[in-house]
Design a protein around this ligand. Structure first.
Ligand code: FAD
Length: 408
């Protein structure tokens, strides 16, 4: 059997490794449009800060060891399910018996001028390298980041660390609105400002402006801001380009069943390109985080190996590593009851629905994250030990059941 995986991100790598653990016979070919070995996007900031290879999360000889025919710099331009073949950018073709779509996500910038030269993003190592080279070489010393979501915050902090003067505009009234509640976001904002980022909330960018090259941004208020580099951090969208004309069903992301099979039965999909169900709410959505990509790759790999496996649903989760103060958020940020404690810089907020944890936000001390997440995912009724959930020692170093026994 010839299995082709499009994409060498966490989803593609996880699919290949899982498949190989159960199937040494099939030929496995992995294609990536980028010129690199597999890398971890979350570790790109560390890589650029320290110059280390922190982002290379697999050994240099990973593909050889795993028995994967790794082909970098190869872009798939079309998929033809009827003939089981792919078209590649260099004009050649490639046939497959089974296919995995792990094409990840790209920049989503619904903003005039976003495609002008000089508008950078941090969505891939290729994109980030061009930007960071400009700053490190000294040819750019001022930057504007549009958007203060998770990736926007990471870029703003990185550029400040590298010595650039950074202005960040955010149309909403808080940072990381998709993930953080207002209290937690206020802590993150304070730190961002302490680090010297000029964050402007309630400030909407209408367009990137410039002739052939973007020179600045036009705000909805009419004001114009200029900088040496402009970064769009306005969101991500599933990378569906190679699917065009293939008939593979998609909505915002690729549509899959509970085995992560697409509308074409011999094609699976995993990672940021895919819409799956939310483990908690059952809603269909794309929640683009590393652990979801790895787990979806694992499930696709198992099913490809003939081991019937259902995907349990995606987690809503995020953590901020580069603020200097750990912040961790999971699940929803509302509920019929809110438990909250604040001691100095430490905040613990837990959202409940019918005495079940549906979300939590931790600032400072994040050691309870593991147990809170387990309780949330298991849908445990926490009534017997509700009054202990805010205890700083709750669950420290314990397994879920030990903790429940101790506090119940
Ligand atoms: C700066 C940054 C920081 C992040 N930090 C965190 C974090 O702290 N925690 C967390 O959980 N998540 C984080 N994420 C998100 C996480 O990196 C993604 O969820 C994860 O990488 C998704 O994996 P994936 O395999 O689906 O896609 P990707 O990692 O995006 O990989 C997609 C692959 O597809 C290939 N590809 C795409 N189109 C084609 C084509 N047509 N032909 C051939 N190859 C193609 C690409 O070359 C690439 O190899 C971060 C992301 C970024 C950008």
């Amino acid at each position: 059997m010839k299995i082709v995986i499009i994409g060498a991100g966490p989803a593609g790598v996880s699919a290949a490794e899982t498949l190989r653990a159960h199937d040494r016979e099939s030929e496995v070919i992995m294609l990536t449009a980028e010129p690199y070995p597999p890398y971890s996007p979350p570790a790109m900031v560390d890589h650029f800060l320290t110059g280390s290879d922190a982002h290379l999360w697999r050994d240099p000889d990973w593909a050889e060891q795993a028995g994967v025919d790794y082909r970098k710099g190869v872009e798939v331009t079309a998929i033809q399910p009827d003939t089981h073949s792919l078209q590649l950018k260099d004009g050649s073709g490639l046939e497959y018996d089974r296919l995995v779509l792990a094409t990840g996500g790209g920049l989503y910038a619904p903003l005039e001028g976003a495609d002008l030269a000089g508008v950078f993003n941090f969505k891939s190592l290729s994109a980030a390298e061009t930007l960071i080279k400009k700053v490190k070489s000294g040819s750019a010393s001022t930057a504007i980041v549009v958007g203060a979501g998770f990736i926007g915050m990471e870029i703003a902090l990185l550029l400040r660390e590298l010595g650039a003067a950074v202005t960040q505009v955010e149309m909403l009234d808080q940072v990381m609105a998709a993930m953080l509640d207002a209290d937690t976001a206020a802590v993150a904002l304070d730190i961002l400002r302490e680090r010297g980022v000029d964050v402007r909330l309630n400030t909407k960018a209408a367009a990137f402006v410039g002739e052939k090259q973007a020179k600045g941004i036009q705000l909805e208020s009419g004001e114009r801001l200029e900088a040496d580099v402009l970064i769009a951090a306005t969101g991500i969208k599933p990378n569906l380009k190679p699917l065009e004309g293939s008939g593979i069903a998609h909505d915002w992301g690729i549509t899959v069943d509970e085995h992560l099979r697409t509308s074409v039965s011999d094609i699976y999909a995993a990672g940021d390109a895919v819409e799956t169900t939310d483990r908690l709410t059952g809603e269909t959505f794309v929640h683009a985080i590393f652990p979801n990509a790895v787990e979806q790759g694992r499930v696709a790999g198992l099913n490809l190996a003939g081991i019937d496996t259902r995907y349990e649903g995606a987690d809503r989760m995020n953590s901020l590593k580069h603020l200097g103060l750990p912040i961790m958020a999971a699940g929803l940020k509302s509920g019929d009851e809110v438990l909250r404690t604040r001691q100095g810089g430490h905040i613990r907020t837990i959202y409940l629905e019918d005495n079940r944890i549906v979300g939590f936000q931790l600032v400072g001390d994040v050691t309870a994250a593991g147990i809170l997440r387990s309780l949330m995912n298991q849908g445990e009724n926490i009534l017997p030990y509700k009054d202990r959930l805010l205890n700083p020692n709750f669950g420290q170093g314990m397994l879920v059941w030990d903790a429940i026994a101790a506090y119940a």
